[in-house]
Design a protein around this ligand. Structure first.
Ligand SMILES: [Zn+2]
Length: 271
């Protein structure tokens, strides 16, 4: 599933490609994926709208329209947002929504497993993803993170995956940040020491920033808005590397399950 760096990369690519463009036509071939405000149809609402901006909030891509309305997109497991410039339009597999612009370019929402959603929000509709804090924002201070773990008995890895607390960190970056900070993923959050919490705060921000720099991690279906793979899969320390040597101590990486999610870590140097 795309996490913060992958969604950020897609949003930046789309921002470069479609801001200022006018929507000419929209077609929807899978109704459950396109959600309109109650009582209205999705496709007829959009022609004539101008794209004012594209940004990321949590794991959502948010397309702001000049009318003040917004399109929010969650890619879930296998969703893709693919941009095709004018003159290079061609069919894309599993396309369920096509947004065509007046310059003959388009954005397609493709999704093999059909769990992704594109939703049109009204101008004044209150929406804040799942409510967690953005880990790369100024507001996510070390002091705040330290206090967030107080009294939390859940495993630290499960805490990191809770989107109502911290936005956009999924399985890949939780595994990588815990390895970098030297913390056992199953350790109850409130039992992580103050120095370890500081290391983890720094590791979360560091791994996310480095992955954005590398245009995300392509270990499954993720591609950017141009249909290209990211590069951070070549920099992963533990995720998906069962049995390979830990880059820090050389002992083999193990895989366990925490909160139903595969968890890769080093028994020797994560405490
Ligand atoms: Zn190790």
């Amino acid at each position: 599933m795309p996490e913060l760096p992958e969604v950020e990369t897609i949003a930046r690519g789309l921002a470069n490609a479609i801001v200022g463009k006018t929507i000419a036509a929209v077609s929807v071939s899978m109704a459950k994926i396109a959600i309109a405000p109650a009582g209205r149809d999705f496709a007829p609402e959009l022609p004539g709208e101008i794209v004012a901006g594209v940004a990321r909030r949590a794991k959502f891509i948010v397309i702001a329209l000049a009318s003040g309305r917004r399109l929010t997109v969650h890619l879930r497991m296998t969703g893709r947002l693919i941009y095709q410039p004018a003159g290079s339009r061609q069919p894309y597999p599993y396309t369920h929504i096509s947004i065509d612009f007046t310059d003959d370019s388009r954005v397609m929402f493709a999704d093999v497993r059909q769990f992704g959603r594109m939703r049109l929000l009204e101008r004044d509709e209150v929406w804040d993803a799942d409510g967690g804090i953005e880990p790369l924002s100024e507001g996510f201070t070390c002091e705040l993170f330290l206090s967030m773990l107080d009294g939390r008995r859940t495993p630290i890895k499960a805490f990191l995956l809770d989107q109502s607390r911290i936005s956009g960190v999924g399985n890949i970056y939780a595994c990588e940040a815990l390895w970098e900070a030297g913390i056992r993923p199953g350790r109850p959050a409130h039992k992580v020491s103050k120095p370890a919490r500081r290391r983890l705060h720094s590791a979360i921000r560091g791994v996310l920033a480095r992955s954005i720099e590398a245009r995300g991690t392509s270990v499954d279906d993720y591609v950017d808005a141009e249909g290209l793979k990211g590069g951070f899969q070549n920099q992963l320390s533990v995720y998906g590397r069962l049995g390979e040597p830990c880059p820090r101590c050389g002992k083999p990486i193990v895989r366990t399950v925490i909160s139903q999610r595969g968890t890769w870590w080093c028994r020797a140097c994560q405490k």
